[in-house]
Design a protein around this ligand. Structure first.
Ligand code: MEV
Length: 288
């Protein structure tokens, strides 16, 4: 048996804009997907999966041999919640395939081959999600350019609230394309770049998150529930709050400090009970 494992991600700033060549910043999270391959006679088949998604067979057909493999998938990541479940699946699969050849997959291999699987799920992926999953650390990413490490002067503490409502990334990306909100996309990319500079100096970026949420609402990817969560978490003392990922549901992230964290968690719990947790994004050197 051969196993590959890869993490999900959280986008701090720049989702949707990154599809159009603007920068985005994101980080890997501790929730992972594990793919196990084993030899079996006959056509390749998914034998066990904790992910229930009609696109799985087509996704695997894009990178796994058609004959002779049994596939098992174990994922800690909820599907469609903006935490990169399909990207983690892509990278874990590339790693399992490399393990079957007795070697470790390189970043370039995870990135290149991961695109094939991501295209089945997302249509026109920027590459951000699986670049972050393959790096496993904070990243600044621009489509068509090598992913770079995102320097953080200090850890970032976030409260994450999951609506439990799945968003369809391909449809949301297509909707933005149809509306062509060029000014908003330009500004979303600029916020990601400015935030990257601030994070390197340990300066606050909360206001950038809140502005990004306004823009994401304007380009049509937020929902009333996501807006309510952001408003409530800001009211409870968060420094900034926005949806993270494609939107249409999925998660909200709120930047907190030691003073505001408990209140922000409590208010989010009152809206999405049992689906709130806190995470720390650490600088790359200490995060692994
Ligand atoms: C989805 O996690 C992020 C989007 O920007 C799409 C993409 O980058 O491919 C919405």
């Amino acid at each position: 048996m051969w196993t590959g494992r890869a993490p999900g991600k959280i986008i701090l700033l720049g989702e949707h804009a990154v599809v159009y060549g603007y920068r985005a910043i994101a980080a890997a999270v501790d929730l992972c997907t594990t793919v196990t391959l084993r030899d079996r006679p006959g056509p390749t088949a998914i034998e066990n999966s904790s992910i229930d998604d009609a696109r799985l067979a087509a996704a695997f057909a894009s990178i796994v041999p058609g004959e002779g493999l049994g596939i098992s998938i174990e994922s800690e990541l909820p599907v469609g919640c903006g935490m990169g479940s399909s990207a983690a699946l892509a990278v874990a699969t590339v790693r399992a395939l490399a393990a079957r050849e007795g070697r470790q997959a390189t970043f370039a291999e995870c990135y290149e081959k991961g695109f094939a699987l991501e295209r089945v799920f997302h249509g026109n992926p920027s590459g951000l999600d699986h670049a972050v999953s393959a790096m496993g650390s904070p990243v600044i990413y621009r489509r068509g350019h090598p992913a770079e490490g995102l320097p953080l002067a200090k850890p970032i503490r976030l409260v994450v609230a999951n609506t439990g409502v799945p968003g369809n990334t391909a449809e949301l990306v297509a909707g933005v394309k149809a509306r062509k909100p060029s000014g908003e996309l330009l500004r979303l990319g600029a916020l990601a770049e400015m935030a990257a500079a601030r994070l390197a100096m340990g300066q606050p970026i909360g206001e950038f998150l809140t502005e990004a949420q306004r823009l994401l609402r304007k380009i049509g990817v937020s929902t009333p529930q996501l807006d309510d969560l952001c408003r409530a978490m800001l009211g409870a003392g968060a420094q900034g709050a926005k949806l993270a990922g494609a939107g249409g549901g999925g998660i909200v992230i709120a930047l907190v400090d030691g003073f505001s964290e408990a209140d922000v968690r409590d208010v989010a719990e009152s809206i999405v009970p049992g689906r709130v947790y806190a995470i720390t994004i650490r600088p790359a050197a200490t995060s692994r």
